[in-house]
Ligand binder design. Structure first.
Ligand code: PFF
Length: 455
């Protein structure tokens, strides 16, 4: 059989795929969200549940997504349709891809706003705005930024253009080139910052906060947050990894690449926690400060430490790079779909998508100022977009993908793509994707939904 190719191109080799997918996975989820939700949910026990979710649910589903993408060599909407039809099922399975594109838009819109905060802080750190600042003033700076829709709009717009430019460049000249430059930079920055935080003298406190498990502190809510976050952080349930998988070399092993990606993503989240919490504790601050943790606590800490200005600057550059490589993967599935389905030029499709997410993003940034009284189910637009994607749409996408790959795709096809015999490794994955992942996600999902509705 002639080997299929994607019309969009292919990664040069297996490592580029690993790095690109890691670039998608490692983002604001790891460096902004993971530390603050860990702080809000009490630390160690939450981390343990999160790790279990990654291993039992995230890894098998990621393998499923890559498998479907690589076999079809098309964007998620078309890939789902093609693989469903190939296995003798309804073309309507493409709805999973459609829901994914929709989730991508929604995530992008609030993601870009946070990335805009990060860019603003890069500029602020560079110009020494935070040197010697106290926590009250830092809080004022952050709240001032949130209230200032014009500044938010400028940074949000810049970020959308940054992402659009890369995606418009295509798989090789855009995505791959960005990966080759940004991922090594990201790792170096992360290690530099880890070294810095090891010297704060409070490394042990940060370590204990992350790794001391007190299961009595765990709530159902926290389990849902951990589960939702495992999808968010691995970019699962919306087709980003499926799209990246469609450019993956045929020879590369899906199981080992996916394990590497998930491992690196987890490592970065833990290192980010180990870089941030010691700084928080060194300055006697509250780890449960919420979304502002990174934007209030850290600038104060950096502002008071030797070399803080330069390391603070590097820290925010690191986050900006991480957010950039992730947002690229939020746009790629829809861009590829427009090109495949309507024969659109990639650049045209990217401009169209950029305008869409830019508009949605304005609603997200308005949550903090001119639209602060608009609420959905008691949440402002920003929180609603975050909640609806991470806690509802991505887990739902994950349930459908696991059911699809586990029960509808022919076993022979799965064996072929994973290049496995019917051995222990295959059956471990097969049992996870058929039973463990969909059942666990459904139970947690339904119990939480019930609790929310029942009040
Ligand atoms: N994984 C990214 C993060 O942790 O920040 C967020 C994300 C990117 C989610 C791409 C979904 C996605 F498709």
């Amino acid at each position: 059989m002639q080997e299929k190719q994607s019309i969009h191109g292919a990664w040069a080799n297996r490592w580029i795929f690993i790095l690109a997918a890691t670039g998608s996975a490692v983002g604001l989820g790891n460096i902004w969200k993971f530390p603050y939700i860990t702080g809000e949910n009490g630390g160690g026990a939450f981390v343990l549940v999160y790790l279990v979710c990654i291993l039992l649910v995230g890894v098998p589903i990621m393998m499923g997504e890559v498998l479907v993408g690589r076999r079809a060599r098309q964007s998620p909407i078309n890939a789902m349709r093609e693989i469903a039809v190939e296995s003798g099922h309804s073309a309507k399975w493409s709805f999973v891809g459609i829901m994914g594109v929709l989730s991508g838009f929604m995530i992008f819109s609030f993601y870009s706003v946070v990335a805009g905060w990060v860019l603003h802080y890069v500029a602020g750190m560079a110009s020494g705005d935070f040197v010697g600042i106290g926590s009250e003033d830092a809080g004022k700076v952050f709240n001032g930024l949130l209230g200032d829709w014009k500044t938010l709009l400028i940074w949000h717009s810049i970020f959308v253009v940054m992402v659009m430019t890369v995606v418009a460049g295509g798989v090789n000249k855009g995505l791959e080139r960005a990966t080759r430059i940004m991922m090594p930079a990201l790792f170096v920055l992360l290690l530099v910052l880890l070294g810095y935080s090891m010297n704060t003298g409070h490394f042990g406190a940060g370590w204990n906060f992350l790794f001391q498990f007190d299961l009595s502190k765990l709530s159902w809510d926290a389990v849902l947050v951990a589960l939702g976050h495992s999808f968010f952080t691995l970019s699962l349930g919306m087709g980003a990894i499926m799209a990246y998988g469609s450019y993956m070399p045929k020879k590369a092993s899906i199981s080992s690449t996916v394990l590497t990606i998930a491992g690196m993503d987890t490592l970065v989240a833990l290192i980010a926690g180990l870089a941030i919490f010691p700084i928080v504790f060194a300055n006697g601050m509250d780890p449960g400060a919420g979304p502002g943790l990174m934007f209030v606590t850290l600038p104060v800490a950096f502002g008071q430490m030797a070399g803080g200005q330069i390391f603070g600057f590097l820290f925010f550059v690191l986050i900006a790079v991480a957010a950039w490589t992730s947002a690229i993967s939020l746009m790629e599935p829809a861009a590829a779909w427009l090109v495949e389905t309507f024969g659109m030029k990639r650049s045209t499709s990217c401009v169209l998508l950029a305008l869409t997410v830019w508009g949605l993003g304005i609603m997200a940034l308005g949550s903090f100022n001119f639209m602060s009284d608009v609420t959905f189910f008691g949440m402002n637009t920003f929180d609603f977009l975050d909640f609806a994607t991470a806690n509802i749409m991505l887990p739902l996408g994950g349930i459908f993908i696991s059911l699809f790959v586990g029960w509808f795709v022919k076993k022979r096809v799965n064996l072929d793509e994973l290049a496995l015999e019917e051995n222990g490794l295959f059956y471990t994955w097969y049992i996870s994707i058929r039973f463990i992942a969909p059942v666990a996600v459904s139970i947690i999902f339904l119990v939480n939904l019930y609790q929310k509705i029942a009040g």
